[in-house]
Ligand binder design. Structure first.
Ligand SMILES: [Zn+2]
Length: 71
């Protein structure tokens, strides 16, 4: 029973609880790994958005200054 699912052998058939548990563990590990990859990327994307917002703000300020000086 404890050898079930080891070495790719399953003696309990497709409804084997050991197999289901292992599939669940692999799935959860994959989700955690995926989230671990996504989190810093989201931070990076947020930084990029912040930089873009600052650039547009700077462009807007320059245009306002030009508009004032142009009159
Ligand atoms: Zn099994």
């Amino acid at each position: 029973m404890t050898d079930c699912c080891d070495y790719g052998k399953c003696t309990n058939g497709p409804d084997c609880p050991v197999r289901k548990q292992r599939a669940k563990e692999v799935n959860e590990a994959f989700i955690r790994l995926h989230q671990g990859i996504d989190d810093p990327y989201d931070d990076f994307a947020a930084v990029i958005k912040g930089v873009i917002a600052l650039v547009f703000l700077a462009i807007g300020l320059v245009m306002v200054v030009f508009a004032i000086w142009g009159k």
